[in-house]
Ligand binder design. Structure first.
Ligand SMILES: [Zn+2]
Ligand SMILES: [Zn+2]
Length: 300
């Protein structure tokens, strides 16, 4: 078997989804082309716009930052150090090494500096699961940093397909009407995009390996078996039995959606938070400002 593109005998990758055998160099350019395809297809961003990739230290976000930089986009990274011992510090070191090695700027913010407390302490004192707090805080600070720019995240094909499957199984029509690799900017919200929507995690792992990108392997030590992982596991099994199923599921949805009439959505009115200006539907203070107020008044 030879590389489909150049005919070389050095085939290193077999992509069953596309029935494609590729050499290392052609695989790397194939992945970049998948990203460019998503950027064009969904008009995620255009020349002159500033793109911020939210990095966690994992293969998907670091791979994405590297790809966009290589493709010549005006891109930088953003990392929120959540203060989780044994995880955030390790991720931060990996990201700093990446930034230096590839000369790609990454802005690092510490939750303790911007919010006042690290995640484990917030969770302990508010007696709430770390994951939901973490999601709220990350969304808030990522958005704040990316306002006026474009915020790109490392969600991959199986993340998107998993969300789609979950929404279909529960017939969450309003979620389906909004599910897209691009959420346009609104007053107080940065545009959010997912350029890896046609790239799999296996592909980002291989991309990082071929490009010599170090990344952190382990998921967050505080997360306990998210349901999204269950969906992903089943999608992987489907893909294993019927290669190409998942990309057809996802692409089919994006094109079918144009023909589906979704009921007019009653959108909750958002108004700016009294304290920080972040759009909120929760009354006069946003979730993050309310959290802060609770922490300030609760005993350590
Ligand atoms: Zn080749
Ligand atoms: Zn606020």
């Amino acid at each position: 078997m030879r590389c489909r593109f150049c005919g070389s005998k050095d085939v290193e990758v077999h992509l069953r989804m596309y029935n494609l055998r590729l050499c290392r160099a052609d695989f790397v350019s194939f992945v970049k082309k998948r990203v460019s395809y998503a950027i064009e297809k969904f008009r995620l961003f255009r020349e002159g716009e500033e793109v911020v990739v939210a990095v966690s230290g994992g293969k998907d976000s670091l791979g994405l930052l590297h790809i966009l930089h290589d493709l010549g986009w005006n891109v930088s990274g953003y990392f929120l150090d959540l203060g989780i011992e044994g995880a955030s510090d390790v991720a931060k070191r990996v990201i700093e090494g990446f930034s230096k090695r590839f000369a790609i700027p990454v802005h690092i913010e510490s939750l303790v500096d911007v919010f006042g407390w690290p995640i484990p302490e917030v969770a302990r004192r508010l007696r709430r699961p770390a994951c939901s707090l973490c999601g709220t805080l990350k969304r808030y600070y990522m958005n704040r940093f990316a306002l006026g720019k474009v915020l790109a995240t490392g969600h991959t094909m199986f993340d998107e397909a998993g969300t789609l499957l979950a929404n279909v199984l529960q017939w969450k029509v309003s979620y389906l009407s909004r599910q897209s690799p691009k959420l346009s900017e609104e007053e107080g919200f940065a545009r959010k995009v997912k350029p890896l929507v046609f790239v799999t995690e296996r592909e980002t792992a291989m991309y990082c390996f071929f490009q010599g990108i170090d990344y952190v392997e382990s998921p967050c030590p505080l997360s306990k078996g998210a349901t999204s992982r269950v969906f992903k596991r089943h999608l992987l099994a489907l893909e294993e039995d019927m290669p190409g199923t998942i990309i057809r599921f996802l692409k089919g949805f994006y094109s079918a959606r144009k023909q589906i009439t979704f009921p007019e959505e009653e959108r909750q009115g958002l108004s700016p938070c009294r304290n920080c200006g972040y759009p909120t539907s929760a009354g006069d203070l946003c979730a993050v400002c309310r959290m802060k107020a609770k922490l300030e008044s609760s005993p350590a």
